[in-house]
Design a protein around this ligand. Sequence first.
Ligand code: MN
Length: 344
Amino acid sequence: MENQFDPNGVGMANGNYYGLPFNTGEAALVLVEAPWDVTVSYGDGTADGPEAIREASTQLDLYDADYPDAWRRGIAAMAPDELMREQSRVWRAEATKVIEALEAGEADDNTDKQIEAINSACSLMNEQVYNKVKSLILNRKLVGLVGGDHSTPYGAVRAVAEHYESFGVLHFDAHRDLREAYEGFEFSHASIMYNLLRDVPQMKRLVQVGVRDFCDAEQELAEREERVVSFTDRALSHARYAGKTWAEQCAEIVEKLPEQVYISFDIDALEVQYCPTTGTPVVGGLTFNEAAYLIWRVVESGRRIIGFDLVEVAPAQVGHIDEMVGARMLYKLCCATLSSQTSK
Ligand SMILES: [Mn+2]
């Protein structure tokens, strides 16, 4: 298939990410879509993220100076999961009712039952993601998850953890996501890192970068839990105002990571101009180039990226900024992962 492919030609809308000519059998890296945003608390739309990113991705040119030729090892995707998309719609409507009842102070026994049903639906989604990722790993594929909200990588990280017995998570986010359930939802987007710390002992480190909007309990947990290392947006920006360079800061961040690294990338880690439509945008944050540089430094250090997710991208309401940025960051993540397999 690759024979007739012209990497300098117009990106083809062939259903693949970046118009690439690989199927899942050939590709070294396979993307799994998780079009799911049931527990989002503010803006929704991230369930449509994968489709929007996939469509925008054909606009990219393939040459990437950070990782020249990485794409040639193959990037493909599992077929879009229409059923999950539909289930997300159904359960999102239920969750909206619960959130409205809670906000109106009208929660009752029925609300508890609704929450229970939503939690089961989220568990089922986790199971589906786990199964897909697990079977790909067994087929020796590298896997990237395309969300969806930030609840979706739970099953993916669990599958990765069964294969790599010790690793760290590099977590780009505006939020710590360390809440013990949120609005009653056990598998909330705001609880992903809490749930992973609780359930995935193979995750030896959680390095949070760019975090800037979190509650007291999350701050306390971050201080108490020795696996958590924080590079808050405040600490990073203050150090820079005092003269420290981003290169120096990246060296410090990378140094905290073990040899094997899973990257969880919430697009809201970036400044809002890059992701105006994301579920819970927060002022402050990283530029695209800063984030891309940090990922490159991880690869340069010789560490190995064993999997990743990109979450919380919602299709732009005007123009295409959100999905264009999402497609570019996803490409960086794919290429970084591929190149890290053979770096020193
Ligand atoms: Mn998040």
